[in-house]
Design a protein around this ligand. Structure first.
Ligand code: SAM
Ligand code: SF4
Ligand code: SF4
Length: 370
């Protein structure tokens, strides 16, 4: 198989320090962007490093020993992350997902979880606090994560076939250890656990039905994600996307499915139930049926830049505000202005041509947080 890798231009430093309007404001929890979308979710990337080199995310050819990962002093401290998170919660965020890179590589991550789990929404509710992981360190860390206040985890798993899995993570990591991590996380009560499988045509699409068979009737909810043109290094092509409709068709042929109602409005995964009552799967059609009109997510990069879209080409440097001694009120006002101006809807306007043009301008997912 020949893979095409795009030389990466490092765009992590293309950003701006947000202006602070002179009229300061208190958060109301009711912020809406230019397309009337509220601010409900915050994804926080806690590290840009990873122990995997998934071919669709951090290809070895780009993320090699010469790659300049962020130095430690560039990273937001746990206190800085918590301070920013608190402001977002005051603005209406109800769900926080820790991600990366591989979030379990961040030292003492359970301390951050304990700090974030203390936050409450304006009406006094606990946050939906979760984390996405490749599962490699989960068996070792699950209990500490649970004890710190993490509610649940999502585990990325692209194949059950050990040879395919090792080829995809590209560091020869065995699938058995990830499966063990999932079991341990389940036992300590980090559920309901979702399993995310990114499907790339010709690489792991023959694993769709075996994955469905394996998790059918289990406590785990398997979700299939369309391969996206995130970042600039994975050489994405539209014909490598397996549309969700095709995923559902293939599974349904052997194990009939019927569409189910969403759990809540704005849910990104479309739910399908097995007709024999043995559970459900989800499909996330980020490419073929974009859901920008319902996108309520902000992303905070490892070094404290706010991105209002996964496909944004530049971020807003909140760390600069934090480290220049700005008050919470000033930060909250700056965030409110940024969100109100947000009009991103990249996936709804994507074509093969725009994807090609934007290839050289996008920020890597491992940096911005998936
Ligand atoms: N390292 C953790 C993990 O793999 O779960 C968290 C970070 S990773 C960037 C978050 C999610 O993004 C993973 O489920 C991964 O499969 C997904 N992802 C990465 N690159 C992708 C791409 N090109 N298209 C779709 N999903 C992608
Ligand atoms: Fe690492 Fe996750 Fe990206 Fe794979 S998908 S390289 S595990 S950050
Ligand atoms: Fe949200 Fe941007 Fe993805 Fe659309 S493309 S769903 S606006 S992150």
């Amino acid at each position: 198989m020949t893979e095409k890798f795009i030389p990466v231009i490092d765009l992590r430093h293309r950003d701006s320090v947000p202006a602070i309007p002179s009229m300061l404001e208190q958060p109301t929890g009711l912020l809406a962007d230019a397309l009337a979308r509220p601010l409900h979710d915050l994804r926080i990337s806690v590290t840009d490093r990873c122990n995997f080199r998934c071919v669709y995310c951090m290809p070895k050819e780009v993320f090699d020993k010469n790659y300049a990962f962020l130095p430690h002093e560039a990273l937001l401290s746990f206190e800085e992350i918590t301070r920013i998170a608190k402001i977002f919660v005051a603005h209406g965020v109800q769900k926080i997902r820790l991600t990366g890179g591989e979030p379990l590589l961040r030292k003492h991550i359970e301390k951050l979880i304990a700090m974030l789990s203390e936050l409450r929404t304006p009406d006094g509710r606990e946050l939906d606090l979760t984390l996405t992981t490749n599962g490699s360190l989960l068996a070792r860390k699950a209990q500490a994560l649970k004890d710190a206040g993490l509610k649940r985890v999502t585990v990325s798993l692209d194949s059950l076939d050990d040879a395919i899995f090792r080829r995809m993570n590209d560091v020869d990591f065995p699938v058995s250890q990830v499966l063990h991590g999932i079991e341990v996380a389940h036992k300590v009560g980090l559920g309901p656990i979702k399993i995310n499988m990114v499907v790339k045509a010709g690489l792991n699409d023959r694993e769709i039905v075996p994955m469905a068979r394996h998790f059918k009737g289990s406590p785990f909810i398997l979700r299939f994600i369309e391969y996206m043109d995130v970042g600039a290094s994975n050489g994405w092509k539209m014909d490598e996307v397996v549309p969700s409709a095709e995923v559902v068709r293939r599974i349904s042929t052997e194990m009939p499915l019927a569409e189910a109602e969403p759990n809540y409005s704005g849910e990104t995964a479309e739910r399908w139930r097995y007709l024999d009552g043995s559970g459900e799967i989800g499909v996330i059609s980020s490419v073929t049926q974009a859901f920008c009109h319902e996108c309520t997510r902000a992303r905070l990069s490892t070094e404290g830049k706010l991105y209002t879209c996964l496909f944004a080409t530049s971020g807003h440097d909140l760390r600069a505000l934090l480290r220049s001694g700005r008050s919470d009120e000033e930060l909250a006002t700056a965030v409110a202005h940024l969100w109100r101006a947000r009009s991103d809807r990249y996936s709804e306007t994507r074509t093969a041509q725009t994807a090609e043009l934007r290839k050289l301008q996008k920020i890597e997912m491992s940096y911005i947080g998936g």
